[in-house]
Design a protein around this ligand. Structure first.
Ligand SMILES: [Zn+2]
Length: 168
């Protein structure tokens, strides 16, 4: 996986690449870090790599990549709430979950980028946790959260589930 838009954090990219190549990419990934360090860019690049049909993913050239880059890929959805407390509503999460049970249109994966995931209240988190207990096999949730004490991007795999977190 070459994440061209994402400079630095080679260790993170290396780990993500290995997960992708192993075919056991986690159903939920949390990208954590300070505001403005490229968390959403990384999330979009990962989504692009997951749908890419080229060799060196994301190739940026295949029809899947072009749709992902143009933000018109039917299997990649992006949710960006206002960023204030509780702005990520449980109703939004419920809509996402309903959609997640519908098979992908054209890719092998169906990817949901959930920005500002720290703005979910307990109800919204619980709703999301429910689907993570038994997720449809093609679904990947990529959550981004702001964290003031993280200078670099970190990621956790399903870190809400006890004992399953991966730290770089
Ligand atoms: Zn491609």
């Amino acid at each position: 996986m070459k994440l061209t838009n994402f400079i630095g954090n080679e260790k993170v990219i290396d780990r993500l690449s290995k997960l992708m190549e192993s075919g056991r990419f986690p159903h939920a990934l949390i990208i954590e870090g300070e505001e403005g360090i490229g968390k959403k860019t990384l999330a979009k690049d990962i989504a692009c790599a997951l749908v890419c049909r080229g060799n060196d993913k994301p190739c940026g050239e295949c029809s899947q990549c072009k749709k992902a880059i143009g933000a018109i890929h039917p299997d990649i959805s992006e949710y960006i709430p206002a960023g204030t407390a509780n702005s990520f509503h449980v109703d939004t999460v419920r809509n996402i979950i309903n959609d997640a049970y519908v098979q992908p249109n054209e890719a092998d994966y169906k990817i949901y980028i959930l920005a500002n995931a720290h703005c979910m209240n307990q109800n919204a988190q619980n709703a999301l946790l429910k689907i993570l207990e038994e997720p449809p096999k093609y679904v990947v949730f990529i959550l981004t959260t702001n964290s003031k004490n993280r200078q670099n991007v970190h990621y956790h795999s399903s870190s809400w589930l006890p004992g399953k977190s991966i730290h770089n």
